[in-house]
Design a protein around this ligand. Structure first.
Ligand code: FES
Length: 164
């Protein structure tokens, strides 16, 4: 099946097999995951075995073979965040969004995941929303943040930017 967006990405990388990781990164950015049909298309166009395309897709954590929501919420459960209540925060978010960690809400708005240390332990507990770090998190603050996101359809702009 022709995939116009994937075609543009392949053209950008001049169909070079050694650009496979970059190609998959761009596809992931475009679709927020790696659709099965697109991977088959890439495999055919680059003349790379599908098994190899999948093995790259499976190897890197940044890639997802399952659809993700418009907003990605990552709750840190690394040691520093865990001991400061990270688990309670993740449970609160699960409750508010009615989705289990690792899952996506049925409206495809939110994907919730837990991660191990995002490198900002001093700010813990930390959650990362669409790439923005929110430190000294509490269940109440998480609830407020989600409610602000739902109200604005935004991405929690009030949080701190990337760790410094
Ligand atoms: S353990 Fe959460 S940022 Fe390091």
């Amino acid at each position: 099946m022709e995939d116009k967006k994937a075609r543009e990405i392949l053209e950008h990388y001049k169909y070079e097999q050694n650009q496979l990781i970059h190609i998959l990164q761009d596809i992931q950015t475009e679709y927020r995951y790696l659709p099965r049909e697109t991977l088959s298309f890439v495999s055919r166009e680059l003349k790379i075995p599908l098994s190899r395309v999948y093995s790259v897709g499976n190897f890197y954590n940044a890639f997802s073979l399952k659809p993700k929501g418009r907003h990605l919420i990552s709750v840190c459960l690394g040691t520093a965040c865990h001991v400061r209540g990270g688990k309670r925060i993740s449970e609160e978010i699960e409750r508010v969004l009615n989705v289990k960690s690792g899952g996506t809400t049925p409206d495809q708005e939110y994907t919730l995941e837990t991660v191990n240390c995002v490198g900002a332990c001093a700010l813990g507990p930390v959650i990362v929303v669409d790439g923005k770090y929110h430190g000294q998190m509490t269940s109440a603050k998480a609830k407020k943040l989600l409610s602000a996101m739902k109200d604005s359809g935004g991405n929690g702009k009030n949080g701190k930017n990337k760790k410094s």
